[in-house]
Design a binder for this molecule. Sequence first.
Ligand code: HAM
Length: 435
Amino acid sequence: METIRSVKGTSDILPEESPKWRYIEAIINSLAEIYNYREIRTPVFEETAVFARGVGEYTDIVTKEMYTFQDQGGTSLTLTPELTASVVRSFIQHHFDQTYPLNKLYYITPLFRQERPQAGRQRQFHQYGIELIGSEHPEADVESIAFALHIYHRLGLGSGNGANQSHLTLRINSIGDSACRPPYLETLRNALQPHLEDLCKRCQDRFQHNTLRLFDCKNESCQQILSQYAPKITEHLCPACEQHFQSVLSQLEVLQIPYQVDATLVRGLDYYTRTTYEITSDLLGAQDALCGGGRYDLLVEHLGGSPTPAVGFAAGIERLIMALDALDLFPEFTDTLDLFIVVIGDDIRPHAYQMLQSLREKNIVCDMDLLRRSVKAQFREADRQNARYTIVLGENEIQAREATVKDMASGEETPVPFDQVENFILHGIRENQFQ
Ligand code: HAM
């Protein structure tokens, strides 16, 4: 029979890899607490309308990347391709704004996009992110950026110490709002109309309905036309957007956060207004965006809520792991046991298991052999698992109610009455911690 394999573009997080995930997740959780964000978990599928309306019907995500299916009742459902629209759906449904005017939310979640798999691009991938819903002010944009960078710094990435800093680049732009973007798009189309024939097929398709995304085209000749003829959005912002943008930039300067203004940074989701940003890294290949975000002041209203400004970012965990691996920034994760119980004779096993369980009740990390292997093989296993102590339990020890505890590093053996084993081990572990 042919072996069944994981679906293309998905991967197992194997036991050797999962300590990295837990390490990253612990840092995200702890910083989220420090920044006063509360966790939100939304379902992995939603009604398709959440994304069709939320992300935008002409976006790549909605036109070609969603995993969409019908349930038995005929409702169209979609596996979440991104979480901002889901969080906003939840925000509206649960009337978050009636409890508090500002909601600071974060998440760590799997997502699904039917993209062409390559390094740093999967069909199931994971993001952590924040959504700061309720503030229109530039300091909210700045907080989202500062938070995103803080996580990298905590992980040792781009923490401002010389060469390492250069591995992260913050690119930032403002794409205006409903006052200044429509006239800008008109100006952009007018400027490009005479060159429409020279643009690639994809750009010609985007010209009418997704004009801003022309800037995302990787085709060299399109890029040349754009750089020669396209007016810059940053030069067409209305006074309110311009003021907002300048305030974001100056607050970044106060925080000594380096940035590059990039007037072509338009992002692939339709909900953005004003600030857009990305943090890229030269440690990654073609898919170099570690994190993307921005302001979306119209999305809550667009999905049926009352007008509420918001800003947020999301960051890929697989790409983050690639970057941390490239610089060898993970601590060493070694599996260790406090204790391994070696058993002589099958009759002894129930007693040994009883001891094991009572030690586990005391939070001692311990195990015994469940394969009924020889004493020699059990010691080998204790070694393999880096056990700090072993106890040999046989008929004699059970009779005497005394165990011989062996310190595996020094080889020293100590006879310890059963009722003192727990204290002996706990004492040893604590001493070890302070060495
Ligand atoms: P996004 O730019 O689509 O934004 O995704 C954010 C990050 O998720 C990317 O920078 C990348 O690190 C990671 N990512 C995206 N697609 C893949 C993939 N196929 N494989 C691996 N990693 C991937 C959003 O999702 C917005 N919801 C961000 C946001 C939150 N804006 C405001 N709030």
